[in-house]
Design a protein around this ligand. Sequence first.
Ligand SMILES: C[S@@+](CC[C@H](N)C(=O)[O-])C[C@H]1O[C@@H](n2cnc3c(N)ncnc32)[C@H](O)[C@@H]1O
Length: 449
Amino acid sequence: MEAGTSPVQRAPRPRDGEALELEVTALAQGGRGVARTAGGFVVFVAGAIPGDRVRVRVTKSKRSYAEGSAIAILTASGDRIADRCVHGGEPCPGAAWQGMPYEMQLAAKAEQVVDALRRIGKLENFAVEPPVAAIAPWRYRNKLEYSFGVGEDGLRLGFHARGRWDEVIDVDDCLLASEENNQARNQIRDWARGGGLPAYDRAAGGGFLRNLIVREGVRTGQIQTRLVTSPASFERPPVDLHTVVEPESGSTEGPTGALGLEYLEEQLGDLRFRISPFAFFQTNTEMAERLYEVAHEYADLGGNERVFDLYCGIGTIGLSMAERAGEVWGLETNEAAVIDAEHNARLNAISTANFRSADARLGIRALLDEAGKPDLVVIDPPRSGLSQKVVRRVLECEARRIVYVSCNPTTLAPNAAQLCEAGYTLRRVRALDMFPQTPHIESVAEFVR
Ligand SMILES: C[S@@+](CC[C@H](N)C(=O)[O-])C[C@H]1O[C@@H](n2cnc3c(N)ncnc32)[C@H](O)[C@@H]1O
């Protein structure tokens, strides 16, 4: 047969549920290990790091790749370190990268940002600034959500085992949370056990305790606990825990009846912020300050600029830029967060900031009509990034500079490509580690035109 005419050999595809022994050679976007079967078929493996030889259970098999979970580590990577956050013998599901030394985690995150911009965004000529390492590798989260469940030992309060909605592992000390957060959770569990209160049973439909969210003002020492339950009546939880009961909710965003602290307060730099229960707040307080410092540096404000803070939440970025700008206009879909942002402007005696509640798709044009064209647009969207339509609205702003704060490099990259196609230049990008021990990546990118 002539060279180049042989039929393409497709690597045999593994079946759902099949167990394989594989060597993990790299990390994929999103944090899973990358391995190949003997025939070359790509398998993304949860719970494994480069250098591990693992037994993998295939959970999903697609045409061009499969997904699976490591069910046993046959030979550990030479880089592996012992898991520190372990619950009932299982590694903490919230700390999927804890087996990697911290420097390796940070390097992988920085690399994934650049890889996404190059491979997905097809962008080349931009400066890559060194990643900002986390200040605290553990106990950095100011918010954790726990689930109630039942085990042979009775009521449990902790995390769902990886990939198991029906199994909760009890948590006594999660090293991602502060000691105060752990104490609050344990007190609530003691209270529920003491009162014989049952966990909601999804399969049988009985019981009522569903979730617990513990949120903390790290700088103010305030703790807010939110209990999510099915309809039920029960004794008030311990008085020193500020508790909100959401009687009708299967989600964490149902109606609330406040029994305790309604708003949480937190301090970032010189500014004080009020946070409503369902408003977004960066989950790592100390690193939020670093993040905003990088955003400020990239914003390069001179004192007179008009700044649009899109996806502004409770106004943190815009308010912390207000001192160095002429005026700030924040846009945010969550009305409670906008009310917080307005309150926060007053709390910090800032009179040059305005906040509007709208979906970015519709709100940007209204903001342009009301405020006029901005000099700087700051964008901090959720993980899904900007839709094509929102990118078009951002382009209509004709700002000289755009500072894009991203929690997902795989959505930053296509948005960056769209901005660059329309005439912007990606000047520089910097990764920050807001979430050590996890694959989550934050980054800030500066675009100019
Ligand atoms: C990653 S948070 C950033 C918040 C804020 N910049 C901060 O640092 O705390 C994203 C915010 O976008 C808001 N949001 C989500 N979808 C939106 C939309 N379509 N239009 C406007 N805001 C939206 C969310 O409510 C959330 O407050």
